[in-house]
Write a protein that binds this ligand. Structure first.
Ligand SMILES: [Zn+2]
Length: 217
């Protein structure tokens, strides 16, 4: 039964809600790819393709990659053979115009929203420490280094990246509420949104998500 059904899923939620991890669980279960649009953009940039020249131009001009380019990249990705039986977007679409463009390419079957409060997001993100040399990421509570503020691998000092300061985290959460909640509303109108409580253990989040998708875990 599972094999016949096509799942076209998007997992959304604020930073640190665990959507990347849950996308991987679903990818393993359903044997369909988890797709990160940000990752594809970074890969295109590395390849130095024609598209990458355009991406660079736009990034230099205004900082954000245009919807036309995003749509092109997504379209290209969805035509790859592994996505023929479905896919899982990790954190995409992020803004309403992306959702509308995506609708011209394909129709999502499920949108999973992993919910955590701003306080929880702040607490998860503000505990992050990064090695100043190798870039390894630790968390004071969830994955602390063996010695305080020292990298296990190279004994270098751990730092707080500027991305992980409370001001920047607040700013990102504000943007999430303003932009992505509009996207969620867009899909609510189609009746395809599933809400999952992200403030549980990773396994409990997975179980709730699988149960609501009517999958066996
Ligand atoms: Zn290190």
């Amino acid at each position: 039964m599972l094999e016949n059904k096509i799942y076209k899923i998007s997992i959304l939620g604020p930073q640190a809600c665990g959507k990347g991890t849950q996308a991987e669980f679903l990818s393993d279960k359903l044997k369909i790819p988890a797709i990160s649009v940000g990752q594809i953009l970074r890969e295109e940039l590395k390849k130095g393709s024609t598209v990458s020249e355009k991406i660079k131009e736009e990034m230099n001009a205004g900082g954000l990659v245009s919807n036309a380019i995003i749509n092109l990249i997504v379209k290209k990705r969805l035509t790859q053979s592994d996505a023929a039986k479905g896919f899982i977007f990790d954190g995409f679409p992020r803004i309403r115009i992306q959702a509308k463009s995506l609708a011209t390419l394909t129709a999502l079957t499920h949108v999973i929203v992993i919910e955590i409060s701003d306080a929880e997001a702040l607490s998860r993100l503000s505990g992050r420490r990064t090695c100043s040399k190798c870039g390894k990421v630790y968390h004071l509570k969830f994955s602390p280094p063996k010695l305080a503020d020292i990298c296990d691998d190279d004994n270098e000092k751990l730092i707080i990246r500027t991305d992980d300061t409370p001001e920047i985290i607040h700013e990102r959460l504000k943007i999430y509420h303003a932009e992505t909640e509009e996207v969620i509303e867009f899909y609510e109108q189609q009746g395809i949104v599933i809400h999952v409580n992200g403030e549980q253990s990773i396994d409990a989040v997975k179980e709730e998500m699988f149960r609501k998708l009517k999958l066996n875990s």
